[in-house]
Ligand binder design. Structure first.
Ligand code: PHE
Length: 338
């Protein structure tokens, strides 16, 4: 039996040494070590051996199995190395690689995220509303009567159903007060739509950020402090902010907010950036009617609201001269914000 085992081992090692591919190697493994392989067949001969011979034969069989397995492993590694070398042949591994651009968030998304982050620190929660709105939520509830120019078909996209694409995110103020008891402190970023002629500073779809704070004793000072904090966090600590009296149907008093822009090589100039004001009591009255309770009765609560264009913020922050760049999806433009 000893000779038989030695013969099998010698045959196996020779076959393995000559194998030229993974497949041949596998065939060799099966031929010698497989269930019906030669070594397995030899070990069934153990049965015929005497008690003394058995352990000796067992050792020999184990040693042969070990040697063949080791040879198989070594050969497999060698074959793989060879395949790797062949695959790399002709490649110059010292050439610089081609970098993959990993993409980045759109500047408007970055700016919106930043604005939300700043407002969150001040305790504002995120709120949402639909973009297809009723005239009530867009205008009537906001003290904007039917003859107001904003409601003109020339300015607003109406559907046959009488609904419309919201002209501002102030609709979310109304929806929030309808569904939540005061105090409320929310911001609502989202799209707004107007029939504007498209040019370097206008698109018919743009993005706004609306804010609303209603409580028992909200004052103009709160409005001013909140927005000054916001613009300094957004544009830098030394940003100057000014409030100019203005008119909005839904706030009284109302203001437009300007920030002082300092562009290198240009004289500093004030630029209009947002609208804001103290919620008009007429709005609270509409909300009370719609809710059927007096939680928002103008004798009980006061509040401030603000609204600003996110596109405009982005243009100011990064000195973007044409708003259309923000929707063209030109990778050369977008990549600059990585
Ligand atoms: N909704 C106004 C606009 O779109 C902005 C605004 C919001 C003004 C809230 C005052 C208060 O121009």
């Amino acid at each position: 039996m000893k000779e038989e085992i030695e013969q099998i081992q010698a045959d196996a090692l020779a076959t393995i040494a000559h194998a030229v591919g993974e497949q041949e190697l596998d065939t060799a493994r099966i031929a010698f070590l497989g269930k019906k392989g030669r070594l397995t067949a030899a070990s069934s001969g153990m049965k015929t051996l005497s008690k003394e011979e058995k352990p000796v034969a067992g050792q020999l069989l184990n040693a042969a199995r070990g040697a063949i397995t080791a040879a198989l492993d070594t050969k497999r590694t060698a074959l793989q190395d060879e395949a790797d070398r062949a695959a790399l042949e002709g490649l110059d591994l010292t050439l610089p690689g081609r970098a993959l651009h990993s993409g980045n968030l759109h500047p408007l998304t970055q700016l919106k995220d930043r604005a939300v982050q700043i407002c969150r620190r001040l305790g504002f929660a995120l709120a949402e509303g639909p973009e297809i709105e009723t005239e009530f939520h867009c205008f009537d509830a906001l003290n904007t009567p039917p003859e107001h120019p904003a409601r003109n078909e020339k300015d607003t996209f109406y559907f046959d159903s009488g609904k419309l694409l919201r002209t501002h995110t102030s609709t979310v103020q109304v929806r929030t007060m309808e569904s939540q008891a005061p105090p409320v402190r929310i911001i609502a970023p989202g799209s707004a739509y107007r029939r504007d002629e498209i040019d370097a500073t206008h698109l018919s779809v743009f993005n706004q950020l609306e804010g609303l704070y209603v409580d028992t004793d909200v004052q103009v000072g709160d409005l001013k402090g909140t927005l000054e904090f916001f613009y300094r966090a957004m544009f830098g600590e030394d940003t100057e902010v000014r409030f100019r009296p203005h008119f909005f149907p839904f706030t009284e008093p109302s203001f437009e907010i300007d920030v002082k822009l300092r562009v290198k090589g240009q004289d500093p100039r004030w630029i209009e950036i947002a609208g804001c004001g103290m919620v008009d009591p007429a709005v609270f009255e509409e909300i009370s009617k719609s809710r059927g309770d007096d939680l928002y009765h103008p004798d009980k609560v006061t509040g401030f609201a603000f609204g600003m264009g996110i596109d405009r913020l982005a243009m100011i922050k990064w000195g973007i001269k044409d708003i259309r760049l923000l929707i063209e999806n030109d990778a050369r433009f977008l990549r600059q914000f990585a």
